[in-house]
Design a protein around this ligand. Structure first.
Ligand code: SF4
Ligand code: SF4
Length: 315
């Protein structure tokens, strides 16, 4: 499998932390792929310097406007990673033209692990925390709300119980909420009414809401749907029409060469794969297909083409 150009995993491996970790996708995928390392051992990877990679002519391999999800096979705030984190921040700072996404469950550790010059937050960092159920929200939000960040959101994934995130939405701090049911070998159910509540609450406060996936065990109107294919789980989430998007949050990205504020025309253009992105709920928020090699058929088209074709097909 080709490596994901939208992921940057400076370290790999993790330890279970809360209910959302029970069917950790990283453990599942490591086992499925026959990864020789033990998933609970936290180790620095060969990708540590990925955002700084350059071509022979000195140009950065990942252009301005690229997007990296950090540590999607680990957690950025693990104690075991304390000795590497400062270097991670230095790399993020060296690429002020890239949008970095950090997701964590270890919210109590964030504050002590921020870089000294964090201030109100780096412009290019989006912070999300996982809130898989009410207990996680009640524990993590009171801490997260006092942590400065330019961009904040929730990842309500995997949703394993009802959750009320209204106290956070009311503050105006949250600009994006992702939600997904659970896959990766789990039999825990995700109920339509739980998703609908979060969707409705986000709608009321004008907060972008993206329902990524139904998960394997989805219950709607008393009927249980067992959906084994991750692709179909995503399509069914799209078809539910529970996602809504109110405009892309503005990210101030700066040239790593001379520090000027980059204009839209200087960022890598957003193009989408006609064979995959048409029924993807993440489309509006996505920087576009980066042709990672995982799809058999790739036909890249512009944003407007996807909108037009969706209308034509009634999608
Ligand atoms: S924090 Fe994430 S990567 Fe770590 S065990 Fe939990 S689900 Fe897995
Ligand atoms: S819009 Fe396309 S590239 Fe973006 S997440 Fe969806 S399928 Fe992937």
């Amino acid at each position: 499998m080709a490596s994901d150009p939208k992921a940057w995993n400076p370290w790999h491996g993790c330890k279970r932390y809360s209910e959302g970790c029970k069917f950790c996708y990283m453990y599942y995928l490591d086992a499925a792929r026959g990864v020789p390392e033990k998933s609970f051992e936290i180790k620095k990877t060969n990708d540590f310097l990925k955002p700084l990679a350059k071509y022979r002519d000195g140009q950065y391999k990942y252009p301005s406007g690229s997007y990296f999800r950090i540590n999607m096979t680990s957690d950025t705030f693990l104690e075991e990673a304390d000795e590497w984190r400062e270097e991670m921040w230095r790399i993020i700072k060296a690429r002020p033209d890239i949008h970095f996404y950090i997701l964590t469950k270890r919210v109590p550790r964030i504050k002590e692990c921020l870089p000294e010059d964090w201030g109100e937050g780096y412009d290019n960092v989006e912070f999300q925390i996982t809130v898989e159920n009410q207990r996680a929200f009640d524990e993590r939000w009171p801490i997260f709300k006092d942590i400065p960040a330019k961009h904040k959101g929730f990842n309500v994934s995997p949703l394993v119980g009802p959750v009320d995130i209204r106290p956070a939405l009311e503050t105006g701090q949250i600009e994006l909420v992702y939600l997904a049911g659970e896959g990766y070998g789990s039999d825990r159910e995700c109920r339509y009414e739980w998703v609908k509540k979060v969707s409705d609450d986000c709608m009321e406060f004008g907060v972008n809401f993206i329902f990524n996936s139904t998960g394997t065990n989805f219950v709607k109107d008393g009927k249980r749907y067992i959906i084994n294919s991750p692709g179909l789980q995503a399509v069914q989430a799209y078809r539910s029409k529970l996602s809504h998007y109110h405009g892309r949050p503005k990210y101030d990205l700066y040239s790593p060469y001379d520090g000027h504020l980059l204009q839209e025309s200087e960022l890598v253009p957003r193009r989408f794969n006609l064979n995959r992105c048409l029924t993807c709920t993440s489309f509006e928020d996505c920087v576009g297909c980066q042709n990672c090699g995982n799809c058999k058929k790739v036909e890249l088209v512009e944003y407007d083409d996807i909108i037009r074709i969706r209308k034509e097909k009634g999608l």
